[in-house]
Design a protein around this ligand. Structure first.
Ligand code: HEM
Length: 406
């Protein structure tokens, strides 16, 4: 790679990518990678990332799978592209089918149930003596129970969802760095088969006996004609189940880690809980769960002197854009009271995160429950925490803490 230190598969870079980002923004804001199976360009400045994400015609989200994996792959058995991997107008159609379930008003209605779940999880953690892996105890179960409720699938199956999520996410983004091999691809295909066997009977059940849930909505959309094919419906369910979980789990975990690293910020929140929402957005900016967002060029262009050909892939480094000194005041300071905070962590443009309202509320509810039920929380050991296997994510998969009850 042409930028020293930029190696998204290297744990040292992943633990602290910010000095590399800073240098990249200054000296090499657009850089072409060398020695990779794909033609890949990285983009580090806010302005450039935003411009790319804004323009879905020039910068496509459709990634031809065979080209991605360069093994002449047979795409049979893999899910059709979800809304995340389609461009308008196909994207517009898919998104409109689920949009309604995620409006601020609908999400707001979930708050009491979210608070009850977060409270129960915290009580259980404290009852167990307060030394827990917070990922298992709180940050993973909360989002999964909520999305299972929205879709209308049994939350008791959450251990299965976790396994799927882990499996699906482990491969995410690896394709860009040559890490997606035929064996992983075969695992993905098996995974999708397993999800298909899970969802098909549930969908059939809703067709026979409709309920007030998203699954019923999708089944009816499928039933009503050409709106949604069966496989598209599966892709949608997989996307909703997986996209929102790991990201939100990571956000809550990163929030806890930042509060541990910045005791003065924790104190500010305890003194003034009304600051929790801005603090969550600051975590989203400062310690973004998603580090990059990929696109594929549809036409030839030049970006800051780097020539780009149609079919080239670009990575918009959100984690870097969010620290861009041209946009944010004191970008390397974690300020839970930051009010002007137009971070790009939920993306930008037509693919702007469908679950942004939901994720913000879940994180807020989780942090409020943690603050309200504890006097203090701290790491219970200082061993390095295990990082997510996917280079897209920045966060930990285990977070042992000691909770001191309020
Ligand atoms: C902290 C939590 C989250 C983060 C950081 C996050 C991040 C993102 C980002 C960056 C995108 C844009 C991808 C692109 O431009 O191609 C996106 C899209 C999406 N997110 Fe999230 N997300 C989070 C939580 C959620 C939740 C809770 C859901 C629940 C349903 C969700 C569902 C989706 C969906 C369906 C899309 C695709 C939207 C589209 O293609 O139009 N996300 N998310």
């Amino acid at each position: 790679m042409e930028l020293e230190g930029l190696n998204p598969l290297d744990p040292a870079f992943r633990r602290d990518p910010y000095p590399v980002y800073e240098q990249a923004r200054r000296e090499r804001p657009v850089v072409r990678h060398a020695g990779l199976p794909l033609r890949l360009i990285s983009v580090f400045r806010y302005e450039d990332c935003q411009a790319i994400l804004r323009d879905a015609q020039r910068w496509s989200s459709e990634f031809p799978i065979a080209q991605q994996i360069r093994i002449g792959a047979d795409a049979a058995g893999l899910p059709p592209a979800s809304m995340l991997g389609t461009d308008p107008p196909a994207h517009t159609r898919l998104r409109s089918l689920v949009n309604k379930a995620f409006t601020p008003r609908i999400v707001q209605r979930l708050e009491p149930r979210m608070r009850a779940i977060a409270g129960e999880l915290m009580d259980a953690a404290l009852a167990a003596g307060g030394e827990v892996d917070l990922v298992q105890a709180l940050t993973y179960p909360l989002p999964v129970v909520v999305i299972a409720d929205i879709i209308g699938i049994p939350a008791e199956d959450r251990a299965t969802f976790k396994r799927w999520s882990d499996e699906a996410i482990a491969s995410l983004g690896l394709v860009f760095f040559g890490g997606l091999d035929p064996e992983r691809l075969a695992r993905q295909r098996r995974l999708f088969d397993e999800m298909r066997s899970y969802f098909v009977p549930l969908a059939e059940a809703r067709r026979r006996a409709p309920r007030e849930d998203l699954l019923t909505g999708l089944v009816l959309a499928e039933h009503e004609g050409s709106q949604l094919s069966h496989e598209e419906m599966l892709s949608m369910l997989v996307l909703l189940l997986v996209a929102g979980n790991e990201t939100t789990t990571t956000l809550i975990g990163n929030a806890v880690l930042e509060l541990i690293a910045h005791p003065e910020a924790e104190k500010r929140l305890r003194d003034d809980p009304a600051l929790v929402p801005t603090a969550i957005d600051e975590v989203l900016r400062f310690s973004s769960p998603v580090q990059f967002d990929p696109r594929r060029a549809t036409r030839a262009t030049t970006l800051r002197g780097v020539e780009i050909e149609p079919g080239d892939y670009v990575l918009c480094w959100l984690g870097s854009a969010n620290r861009d000194e041209r946009v944010f005041e004191r970008p390397d300071v974690f300020d839970p009271g930051r009010t002007r905070n137009p971070h790009l962590t939920f993306g930008f443009g037509v693919h702007y995160c469908l679950g942004a309202n939901l994720a913000r509320l879940e994180a807020r509810v989780a942090i409020e429950a943690l603050l309200a039920r504890t006097r203090r929380f701290e790491r219970s050991d200082d061993a390095p925490l295990p990082l997510h296997p996917s280079p897209v994510f920045r966060g930990v998969t285990r977070l042992p803490v000691r909770l001191v009850p309020a």
